[in-house]
Ligand binder design. Structure first.
Ligand code: ADP
Length: 274
């Protein structure tokens, strides 16, 4: 399923005295099976973009094409339900959204809400709980008796059980230690590769964007200011500084890329670290 944003603008509280232009003229596409990272500082518009990806927000101008659906201002809610089924969003700290008595019920909740039979939902829960690295025994436990890391995996299994065509990850490793972060990011990467599942990662981390994404989109002050492959993005360190993306991180990014690709980048970037 392809996704594209075409000249998307969004104003919070449009038409009121509190109107706030959050994003403007944002266009980019995510072809089926691609892994795209959206990076940028706090307030750059990442969350606003993210909420357009499954029509939680509707653009105040421009359009969002999600598969065979187009979302524009004024579109009726009913038509948007099928979009929400196709796009799974893993919000920050997804474990905070767990609420059922058992892990099984929690994972089944989403699919059953979208008309999947109880039996099929149970089959999906048994399948996805293992795919996220947990055992089936956990299904009968209360989610609140699990560790924080396990709870997060349960919440992710709930999103995957909807069998979306696209997964949107909003800072999915927030609050995890470095090892937990890597395990989580590697898990998503495996799901992406094995199933050709489209992924959009919203992150502050240049490292994660560089290691995992096919394409990086940079947001700054509500606008998309740059997009390209990790190599292309990194090639111009000066440009990145202009958007407050810090150089040491970028240098680290360069080293990771050198390691990954075997290509050496211009030394000028390395000397900037000193
Ligand atoms: P990011 O996710 O990159 O931190 P956001 O999309 O949250 O950026 O914010 C983009 C802009 O929109 C910011 O100026 C922010 O203050 C504003 N904004 C975000 N949410 C709201 C809201 N609910 N009401 C009004 N303004 C908002």
């Amino acid at each position: 399923m392809d996704i594209s944003l075409q000249k998307v603008e969004y104003r919070y509280a449009a038409g009121s005295p509190f109107e706030k232009l959050a994003i403007e003229d944002v266009s980019f596409s995510v072809p089926s099976g691609q892994y795209v990272a959206i990076i940028g500082h706090t307030g750059s518009g990442k969350s606003t973009v993210l909420q357009h990806l499954n029509a939680l927000l509707k653009p105040t101008a421009g359009s969002v094409v999600i598969g065979d659906r187009t979302v524009r201002a004024g579109r009726k809610e009913k038509e948007l339900k099928s979009i929400r089924q196709k796009v799974g969003i893993v919000f920050q700290f997804p474990e905070q959204q767990l609420f059922e008595e058992t892990v099984l019920k929690d994972i089944c909740y989403g699919p059953m809400n979208f008309g999947v039979s109880e039996e099929e939902a149970k089959n999906r829960a048994e399948y996805w709980i293992e795919e996220v690295g947990l055992s089936r025994e956990i299904l009968n436990q209360s989610p609140f008796d699990l560790s924080g890391g396990q709870m997060r995996r349960v919440a992710i299994a709930g999103v995957l059980a909807m069998q979306p065509d696209l997964i949107v990850l909003d800072e999915p490793t927030a609050g995890l230690d470095p090892r937990g972060r890597k395990e989580m990011m590697d898990m998503f990467y495996r799901l992406h590769k094995e199933r050709n599942l489209s992924m959009i990662l919203v992150t502050h981390s240049m490292e994660d964007a560089s290691v995992y994404a096919d394409k990086i989109v940079i947001m700054h002050k509500g606008k998309k200011v740059h997009e390209g492959t990790p190599r292309e993005i990194f090639a111009d360190a000066e440009k990145l500084k202009q958007w407050d993306l810090s150089v040491p991180e970028v240098v680290h990014f360069q080293r990771l890329l050198e390691h990954k690709t075997g290509i050496l980048f211009p030394v000028v970037c390395l000397t900037m670290e000193e």
